[in-house]
Design a protein around this ligand. Structure first.
Ligand code: SF4
Ligand code: SF4
Length: 199
């Protein structure tokens, strides 16, 4: 988990789409939101779940690993950047490699786009656009200590298993304290909570 990062708390999301609108304002993908808002139980509940890039740490950025043009750079502080416009060939390898379904391809421009943690803001200590506008704190930006100061006892997960592969991520997810072994909305099975294996 990165020192300062986004904590996604699906239990707080009210599906207002403020984060989606704010994401559209970002200069690097102006007019297009890189946030997916999913409704995992549509028709049965009003549950909603925002998905941003998880900035995979180990194995580092599967999207970047498979890029044949070396277009996706990872900064020294662990932020996985969106594709370099001068290198990306729009092959969509990164789309297929991402376990969280994050990157999008602009077919006309033959260009990949994804969340880069608002690096033009976070590199200078500002929160990403989505976390700035979220009215409920479903997208919280800060350190784990800052999150815990506001929400005592909160449990977070930054390790997710897909088949035989476990991925540690720079972005973390808040999980219900009494349901740590349950999949969170969206279906991601949780393996570690606060560093403890809960399988
Ligand atoms: S979540 Fe997907 S797009 Fe983000 S770093 Fe991981 S593999 Fe790449
Ligand atoms: S702004 Fe916050 S509450 Fe609204 S949809 Fe996005 S994550 Fe959910």
């Amino acid at each position: 988990m990165m020192g300062r990062t986004i904590f996604i708390d699906p239990g707080r999301c009210i599906g207002c789409q403020a984060c989606v609108s704010a994401c559209r304002e970002c200069d690097s993908h102006r007019g297009k939101s890189m946030i997916h808002l999913d409704y995992p139980e549509e028709g049965r509940s009003v549950a909603s779940l925002p998905t941003v890039c998880m900035h995979c740490e180990d194995p580092v950025a599967p999207c970047a690993e498979v890029c044949p043009a070396d277009a996706i750079l990872v900064t020294a502080d662990g932020v996985v950047q969106q594709a370099d416009t001068t290198r990306c060939i729009g092959c969509a390898n990164c789309v297929n490699a991402c376990p969280f379904g994050v990157p999008k391809i602009d077919l006309q421009a033959k260009l990949q786009m994804k969340c880069n943690l608002c690096y033009d803001r976070t590199a200078y200590g500002l929160a990403p656009m989505c976390a700035t506008v979220c009215p409920t704190g479903a997208l919280f930006y800060g350190t784990l200590e800052e999150l815990r100061a506001e929400r005592p006892g909160v449990q977070v997960a930054d390790s997710f298993t897909f088949g035989s592969t476990t991925i540690s991520t720079g972005v973390a997810m808040v999980v219900p304290a009494d349901k740590v072994q349950w999949p969170v909305p969206g279906g991601l099975p949780i393996v570690e909570v606060n560093g403890v294996d809960v399988r």
